[in-house]
Design a protein around this ligand. Structure first.
Ligand SMILES: Cc1cc2nc3c(=O)[nH]c(=O)nc-3n(C[C@H](O)[C@H](O)[C@H](O)COP(=O)(O)OP(=O)(O)OC[C@H]3O[C@@H](n4cnc5c(N)ncnc54)[C@H](O)[C@@H]3O)c2cc1C
Length: 567
């Protein structure tokens, strides 16, 4: 296997780890250098000037936390016409990359926020042998492959490498230029008091300040002060492992035959991943004979990467830091007028590359609901479905990530050998690749009950209109999308006016046009789901499907779902 093999690597370097040598060097590094596990953030090339801004004034929504989820939530709410303040405790953006892969659904959400129009080049699509995502044992033998190269239903590559600080810089620029959105750095959430009409939130900064808002969103990360203040309990998978994360820029061209490899080697579990254009990442699990302090040394990073041919001569180190990977979730996502989103609501080990993706889904799912309720187009009871829908979905992904972690993090040689034998048996056909997880929304959900497609992702693909070819959302768009296979679904005048008021669009996508199904993707999707019409929600999940005659009933069901309280 060629992952990690570098052209021009020093003599003796080998693409597989040499655990004995690596272990000796780790121990030596620990003795020689001062212990510094969680190092202070290192500046990225585009380091921003620290700014402490004026405190916010009263708004519709106060978002606590200016990480990627808080910023995206602010942008989406601002684009929907709400007044939003995003408050962030630190004067500077967090400069270290954490997420380094992002999926197609998250890119469609970023497309909706205006990111992809000018910044699609931030993302490097997954390519590589055996679906791109490989699990190999200590001898380099393939144990499992996941198809990260598959054509994905959202119109973007299934999985993409990227640099999180660069994305956060784009999100912050977009947030501060979105009408109705302000970002306030240097202000920390302290407490919130809720009443029938809104919430009064106390922030601390240069001085204490109270902000009145209709709703509050806690997007304040894993140690969420909002979650703690609300007394929300946290469930725990029991999974916990320390990993060293090392990001670097290759100085010589490197041949990687996969996009990600999990080296399930009990001597030294490791991950190699293409982490965006011009960047690579290795992650190394802490073994029992290594302290967190030893693992956090720069010399340890070089020692562990050397067997992969990555040395100071072949790579420029961008950063290294130790993280503890866990699988956790908030037991409730809403208390009154306050909601949780992102890492405040869920944490997972990064082995499926889904933590941030899940947070971006939260942002979209919450923003469309708040926007409709704010405009009086949906009953406030619609907000009740946010937590159950998102929690059901993310729990499945946390379970997958934890299960992958238990495979990868096995340090016992006998148990690892048994695991290998079992996985070899499961990989009966060596050309098999597994599908990545596609959970459906949890329940109760705002979908048509009893339909297999409902609560699953709706398609986006290329269409051509008047000679212009682009993705559907860029050409036709629509918050709610009613799409027919051959003929444009027909609505009576009252329903058409109501649906247009929601931001709905009604289209037919067919080989003949006028909206042309360029790649046949819509036709294939309708075939796969045995239907002729799909009604998709603003977060790109299917509300319901049917045939042309079902359209009036489908729209009536949506109207009832949005306007009748107490679903
Ligand atoms: C090593 C590693 C690898 C990962 N890889 C992937 C991956 O490949 N793909 C993926 O999808 N995900 C991945 N993740 C997960 C991903 O990085 C996180 O899910 C994501 O960054 C969470 O974003 P967030 O906005 O919810 O939280 P954060 O980014 O933590 O932002 C929260 C913000 O709230 C602020 N804040 C906190 N308290 C307060 C307060 N009291 N008042 C005001 N502000 C406050 C913080 O300063 C912070 O800026 C990875 C994570 C790690 C650690």
């Amino acid at each position: 296997m060629a992952v990690g093999r570098a052209h021009g690597r020093p003599a003796g370097a080998h693409p597989h780890l040499r655990p004995r040598r690596a272990a000796r060097r780790v121990a030596a590094a620990g003795r020689l250098a001062a212990c510094q596990v969680r190092r202070p953030p290192q500046p990225p090339p585009d380091r921003q000037e620290p700014t402490v801004s004026a405190p916010p004034t009263d708004v519709d929504v106060l978002v606590v936390g200016g990480g990627p989820v808080g910023l995206l939530t602010g942008i989406l709410l601002g684009r929907a016409g709400l007044q939003v303040a995003v408050v962030e405790r630190w004067p500077e953006r967090y400069p270290l990359p954490r997420a380094c892969t992002i999926d197609h659904e998250a890119l469609r959400i970023l497309q909706a926020a205006g990111v992809m129009a000018d910044h699609a080049d931030l993302f490097e699509p997954s390519v590589g042998a055996r679906g791109g995502y490989q699990f190999r044992n200590g001898e380099g033998e393939l144990l499992m492959a996941i198809d990260w190269n598959r054509p994905a239903e959202s119109g973007w590559a299934n999985t993409n490498g990227f640099h999180q600080p660069s994305l956060e810089a784009v999100l912050e620029d977009l947030a501060v230029t979105t009408p109705g959105v302000t970002v306030h750095r240097g202000w920390s959430f302290a407490s919130t008091d809720q009443d029938d009409d809104g919430a009064t939130t106390l922030l601390t900064g240069e001085h204490p300040v109270s902000v009145r808002s209709r709703w509050v969103i806690g997007a304040d990360g894993a140690n969420s002060a909002v979650r703690t203040h609300l007394g929300i309990e946290v469930g725990d998978s029991g999974f916990e492992a320390d990993w060293l994360v090392v990001d670097y820029r290759p100085l010589v061209e490197q041949e990687w035959d996969a996009f990600v490899v999990q080296h399930c080697d009990p001597r030294q579990p490791a991950t190699a991943v293409k982490s965006g254009p011009g960047r690579r990442r290795f992650e190394f699990m802490r073994r029992d004979d290594v302290t967190p302090e030893q693992l956090g040394q720069e010399s340890t990073a070089w020692a562990l990467m050397a067997p992969f041919g990555v040395t100071p001569e072949t790579a420029e180190l961008e950063r290294h830091a130790v993280y503890t990977f866990r699988g956790r979730w908030a037991q409730t996502w809403r208390v009154g007028r306050t909601f949780l989103a992102g890492d405040a609501a869920h944490l997972m080990p990064p082995f499926m590359g889904q933590g941030l993706c899940a947070g971006l889904r939260d942002a979209r799912a919450l923003a469309w609901r708040l926007a409709l309720v704010h405009r009086g187009l949906a009953d406030p009871a619609v907000l009740d479905s946010y937590g159950p829908e998102r929690a059901g979905h993310v729990r499945e992904i946390i379970d997958e990530a934890v299960a992958a972690g238990r495979v990868i993090c096995e340090l016992d040689p006998a148990r690892a050998a048994a695991r290998d034998a079992e996985m070899r048996r499961a990989l009966a056909d060596p050309s098999d690749t597994k599908e990545p997880p596609h959970p459906r929304l949890g329940h109760p959900s705002i979908t048509v009950p009893g339909q297999d497609a409902a609560g699953r992702l709706a398609p986006q693909a290329r269409v051509r209109v008047d000679g212009v070819t682009s993705l559907f959302d860029d050409i036709v768009g629509g918050d709610w999308q009613l799409i027919g296979r051959a003929t444009t679904p027909e609505l009576d005048d009252d329903t058409a006016a109501w649906f247009a008021g929601l931001g709905g669009t009604v289209t037919a996508v067919s080989p003949a046009g006028p909206v042309v199904d360029v790649d046949g993707a819509y036709g294939a999707w309708f075939d796969a789901h045995d239907c002729d019409v799909v009604l998709a929600r603003p977060d790109f999940y299917v509300f319901g499907v049917g045939v042309a005659a079902d359209v009036p009933a489908l729209l009536t069901q949506l109207r009832v779902a949005l306007t009748v309280a107490g679903r």
